[in-house]
Design a protein around this ligand. Structure first.
Ligand code: ATP
Ligand code: F6P
Ligand code: MG
Length: 319
């Protein structure tokens, strides 16, 4: 293999740039040319492709977002779209591809692999919703952004003796809510994986109030529903002064943490190594601090594991 490509696809995540840098530099170090494909699969179809040199990925390890831009591309889901993409890859002489993104992006990669075009995935999404990896790129940074925000919210919650409902991202996965809730000592954590009825939650809040606790933080994963609805229901069940904060896309930005930068570097290098060894249709993962690879079709039949122990611990510590 003499030329490989790299693209980012789906929602962006801090650490994607560090992964792009690692793919480009590991590729060049191993003697191959590396091409950046802009705007995800859309750029593959339109041929928005450019050779990247060592200097092109300088000064980006610390930057959030993705210098390659990202997109969701409906056309790539069609056979015709993918046929054009393959033509473009052939035109540029690119023989292997690293896809940095989420589960949808990996499905796209698998389709390319099935068409005889080797692809390796790197999990990049703040949600941490990918099976068979302990962490995805961006999760740790987003977590730290959330914690910083909740610490600030707690100051005002304490001063005004209010109950704050904070909505964090995570469409189908409650990891951001669970980890931030535990790290911030939230009184209640609401997750899509663990439905708890509001009466129980209100009872617990009331017990706290009886003990003299005048404020509390409730962290809600977006997959559970709107924080505004939760606040409305709490108000209807108990006379509490509530406020809502929806953290939104601020969670997707910012300079990646050291953890995400190191993870991105390890994953990017491993992806290139695998591709050049003739591997395909695999996703790089981290398990017990080891960088490993899993068959994408296999792993997409599974669900990201819910950490029951962490949930129990969070409950234990917020009695
Ligand atoms: N089944 C599929 N076949 C071919 N391409 C796909 C498929 N599913 C998704 N893709 C491609 O991958 C892109 C990104 O997918 P998706 O919007 O699901 O995001 P993702 O990678 O799962 O990231 P996230 O969910 O973290 O935002 C799609 O817009 C499409 O171009
Ligand atoms: O606004 P967008 O780009 O559609 O993304 C929103 C979604 O992306 C995620 O942050 C994952 O990247 C989800 O938690 C959220 O629902
Ligand atoms: Mg997804």
């Amino acid at each position: 293999m003499k030329k490989i490509g790299v693209l980012t696809s789906g929602g962006d995540a801090p650490g994607m740039n560090a992964a792009i840098r690692a793919v480009v530099r590991s590729g060049i170090y191993r003697g191959v040319e590396v091409y950046g494909i802009y705007h995800g699969y859309k750029g593959l179809i339109t041929g928005n492709i450019k050779k990247l040199d060592v200097a092109d990925v300088g000064d980006i390890v610390q930057r959030g977002g993705t210098i390659l831009y990202t997109a969701r591309c409906e056309e790539f889901k069609t056979e015709e779209g993918r046929a054009i993409a393959i033509q473009q890859l052939k035109k540029f002489g690119i023989e292997g591809l690293v896809v940095i993104g989420g589960d949808g992006s990996f499905m796209g990669g698998v389709k390319l692999t099935q068409l005889g075009f080797p692809t390796i995935g790197i999990p990049g999404t703040i949600d941490n919703d990918i099976p068979e990896t302990d962490f995805t790129l961006g999760f740790d940074t987003a977590l730290n952004t959330i914690i910083d925000a909740i610490d600030k919210i707690r100051d005002t919650a304490t001063s005004h003796e209010r109950q704050f409902i904070v909505e964090v991202m995570g469409r189908g996965c409650g990891d951001l809510a669970l980890w931030s809730g535990l790290a911030d000592g939230a009184e209640t954590i609401m997750l899509p994986e663990k439905k708890e009825d509001l009466d129980t939650i209100v009872e617990r809040l009331n017990r706290g109030i009886e003990r003299g606790k005048k404020h509390s933080i409730i962290v809600v994963a977006e997959g559970v529903g709107s924080a505004y609805d939760v606040a409305k229901e709490i108000k209807s069940k108990a006379n509490m002064d509530t406020r809502v904060t929806v953290l939104g896309h601020v969670q997707r930005g910012g300079s990646p943490t050291a953890f995400d930068r190191v993870l991105a570097s390890r994953m990017g290098s491993k992806a290139v190594e695998l591709l050049l060894n003739g591997d395909k249709g695999k996703m790089i993962a981290i398990q017990n601090n080891k960088i490993v690879a899993h068959d994408i079709l296999d792993l997409l039949t599974k669900k990201h594991g819910f950490d029951e122990n962490l949930y129990t611990l969070a409950k234990e510590l917020s009695i």
